[in-house]
Every structure is written in C-alpha cells, then in structure tokens.
Design a binder for this molecule. Structure first.
Ligand SMILES: C[S@@+](CC[C@H](N)C(=O)[O-])C[C@H]1O[C@@H](n2cnc3c(N)ncnc32)[C@H](O)[C@@H]1O
Length: 210
C-alpha cells in the first residue's frame, strides 16, 4: 500500500494545520525557532519538512547548512522553490525516514516535528541518530495522547482523514526505548499546547561527543 502522505496536496496539509481548531503551524515553527535560538547550530536538518514552515527563522550567517527531508516529492519541491533563494546552502531530499539510510552528512541540529506519529519510531530513531553529529541534538515534537481530542482533527480538508489509519500516538516509553537503541540521550522534555487544547511533548536528545 502506498504511503497516504503521497496523496495529500500541500495546500490541504497547510490549510489543515493552520485551521484555528488545529493551530499547529505556529507551534511547529516556534519550536524550530526556539531550537535554533538555544543551540545556534552551524547545520540543521528538518525531517518531515512539509512546505518548510519555520525555515524562515534560519539565520544563514549562523546556520550555514540547511537540510530538508520529506517523503512527498511535491513538498520537497515547494521547499526548494520557497527557500532556494534565501537559503543558498539548502539541500533537499525525498526520503522515507524509517526505511532509508539518509545520504547526508551529519548535522548539529535535527528537528523532527509531528512526523514520528506516522512512522516506525525505532527505525526512524536509528536514522535520525545517524545524521546527528557528535555533540549535536535531536529535537522531537510529538502529540500527547488525549481521549477527548481526535488525533486528526476533523476539517474541510477531507484528504487529511486518510492519515487516521497511519497515525499512532508516540508514548514517552516508545521514545525512550527508541533512543536507548541509539547513542542519543534524553536531556530535556517540555510540554506545549496549541490553542485547540492539544498538548505536545518537545524532547531534546543529545548525541555524545565534541
Ligand atoms: C503532520 S506533517 C508535519 C509537517 C511539519 N513538520 C510541520 O509540523 O509543519 C508530517 C510530515 O511528515 C512527512 N512524513 C510522513 N511520513 C514520513 C516518512 N516516513 N519519511 C519522511 N517524511 C515523512 C509528511 O509528508 C509531512 O510533511
């Protein structure tokens, strides 16, 4: 079966994420902005980049290398079109983060927001750890389970509901177990909430080294 993400137009994804009832665009972009401010990485990889929301916060004088990865080729093409001019060191890759050894040089910051819910977390962590440089960090954003709120918020963008069968909440134990398979060490965990009431875990893992 083809991955449902390949069937979702970028306009539907971005429209859905920006709905007041979802309100996750700002949250994800703010998470990247905060990670960039805290870690001031010389290189960053955004995994599950979609159309690149948040990349506008990159200061190319500080972060001289930017890698954007997504399974959907049309999303990756949009990132290249939107940011190829302002981020001259932009590298884009179409890749399935759980299946493919990512062909990129490791980076100092890996940012994976709202993508682990759609993949085999253990396999994805192996890949993410491999692209996190010694002394670098992986920041993940995952949706906290809630009995009261639908995992995929009902919306006018009907295509988004095809994700419901793929979506799995990522528990804290799943994250810890996946990290334990790698050299990554959990160093902080915070919670943020969207205006819709959904809660998200923001976890930072450090790669031992320099
Ligand atoms: C919910 S969206 C989040 C997009 C973006 N991180 C944000 O929060 O605005 C999930 C993104 O992960 C991508 N994705 C899903 N499964 C993937 C996989 N196996 N490998 C790479 N990207 C994947 C989707 O195509 C989509 O762009």
């Amino acid at each position: 079966m083809q991955n449902p993400w390949l069937e979702i137009p970028l306009e539907d994804l971005e429209g859905h994420m920006s709905l007041p009832a979802v309100d996750q665009t700002r949250l994800v972009a703010d998470g990247l902005k905060e990670a960039l401010r805290t870690h001031r990485p010389g290189s960053v990889a955004v995994v599950g980049c979609a159309g690149g929301k948040g990349l506008e916060n990159i200061d190319p004088r500080v972060t001289r290398r930017v890698v954007a990865i997504d399974i959907n080729p049309s999303y990756v093409a949009a990132v290249r079109e939107r940011f190829g001019g302002t981020l001259p060191m932009l590298e884009t890759y179409v890749a399935d983060v759980q299946a493919t050894e990512l062909p990129i040089e490791p980076v100092e910051l890996v940012y994976a927001a709202l993508v682990l819910e759609f993949v085999d977390v253990a396999q994805a962590f192996d890949r993410l750890a491999a692209i996190c440089a010694p002394g670098g960090v992986l920041v993940t954003v995952t949706q906290r389970p809630s009995a009261a709120i639908a995992a995929i918020t009902p919306s006018p963008f009907a295509s988004m509901q095809s994700l419901a069968s793929l979506f799995r909440f990522v528990s804290r134990d799943t994250l810890s177990d996946a990290a334990a398979r790698t050299s990554l060490i959990l160093v902080s965990e915070n919670e943020v909430a969207s205006s819709s009431g959904k809660r998200f875990a923001v976890c930072t893992f450090r790669q031992p080294g320099d």
